[in-house]
Design a protein around this ligand. Structure first.
Ligand code: ZN
Length: 82
């Protein structure tokens, strides 16, 4: 693992985000459900969620990524009671 390229890693994730969004939108006829709340996510709102956290060894491959709202993603990581 090379950790010296945080900038290029970010842009790779951003690229993956758009690619995954388009794939899901095509499969579900324009609907992209949030992995956390299940409601439709717009492309501007979409963030990539690690299903298994990277701190627990989760990869950044598509099989470990899911689309969620930026707000939902943030709330899940904050782990605050509702
Ligand atoms: Zn959501």
């Amino acid at each position: 693992m090379v950790c010296a390229y945080s900038d290029s890693k970010m842009s790779t994730l951003a690229h993956t985000r758009i690619k995954m969004y388009r794939t899901v939108a095509r499969q579900l006829h324009g609907v992209v459900p949030c992995w956390v709340c299940g409601k439709h996510v717009s492309l501007e709102d979409a963030t990539l969620e690690h299903i298994q956290p990277r701190s627990e060894g989760g990869s950044s491959h598509q099989e470990n990524l899911a689309i969620s709202h930026a707000v939902c993603n943030h709330q899940r990581h904050a782990q605050q009671p509702a």
